[in-house]
Design a protein around this ligand. Structure first.
Ligand code: 6GU
Length: 239
């Protein structure tokens, strides 16, 4: 997968060199290039923003530098991703969809956002995904790109050592995962649940399923209703 990130704060993206994303870049599974939007300005002050038409607070990102940037970076296989608080919710399903793309271009907006014509013009030429991380407002899209990249890159074949951890994790099954424990068996008077040390894999699987259901019902009751609700059997309903 190839990724280009366009931002006025390239240093904000430096964590993309660390940990498993950095490793994926090292092995050639992933290439990432971060670009300064001001590269594509033509005035001496390298201006990227201006006042909003119609009035109101703050500044809007001018279309010209974005148009130049996308003209320079787009290929026939590009998808534009725009992190924005007015986007559709970013979910594990979005991460899977983006992970199947050959080339992602992330456009990091700042201020009150990017002139809408940039998105409209791009959408006539390539798939465009406007995504929000949740119902709160960030200064800009840069940290959202870090979040989205973590969610996407770990889905790329060959990045995670153990494919089972993808299949079993929270959200894959439509439920939150059960609590996890490791050694020692007793720590500060707190014991690991006996069942996890029993070796009875059938009862352990049932215990984990029950804990998942309990946790999900308490913390994310929304996940148990609606079209994406998991199928519950008779044993589940008894929890
Ligand atoms: Cl993706 N971007 C910005 N700027 N703010 C956000 C967001 C994204 N998601 C929630 N708030």
């Amino acid at each position: 997968m190839r990724v280009d990130v366009v931002t006025i704060f390239p240093e904000y993206l430096s964590p993309l060199s660390l940990s498993l994303i950095g490793k994926a870049r090292g092995t050639g599974l992933l290439s990432v290039d971060v670009h300064d939007l001001r590269t594509w300005t033509s005035d001496v002050h390298r201006t990227v923003d201006d006042t909003p038409y119609g009035g109101g607070p703050g500044m809007v990102m001018r279309p010209e530098p974005w148009g130049q940037a996308l003209d320079a970076l787009a290929t026939p296989s590009s998808r534009l991703v725009v992190p924005t608080p007015v986007g559709a919710p970013f979910t594990q399903a979005t991460a899977h969809a983006l992970a199947s793309s050959e080339h992602l271009i992330f456009a990091c907006g700042r201020y009150e956002g990017i002139d809408q014509r940039v998105i409209d013009h791009a959408a006539a030429r390539m798939p465009v995904t406007e995504v929000s991380l949740g119902d709160y407002v960030l200064f800009g899209g840069e940290v959202a790109v870090l979040v989205i990249m973590e969610a996407v890159v770990r889905l790329l074949p060959g990045v995670l050592g153990n494919a089972d951890s993808l299949a079993e994790e929270s959200h894959a099954a439509g439920l939150l995962e059960a609590p996890v424990y490791t050694k020692p068996p007793v720590w500060r008077d707190l014991a690991v649940p006996d069942i996890l040390r029993s070796g009875d894999h059938g009862r352990i699987a049932r215990w984990r399923r029950d804990e998942s259901l309990r946790r999900t019902a308490l913390r994310r009751p929304d996940m148990l209703t609606g079209p994406n609700a998991p199928d519950l059997d008779k044993a589940d309903r008894a929890v």
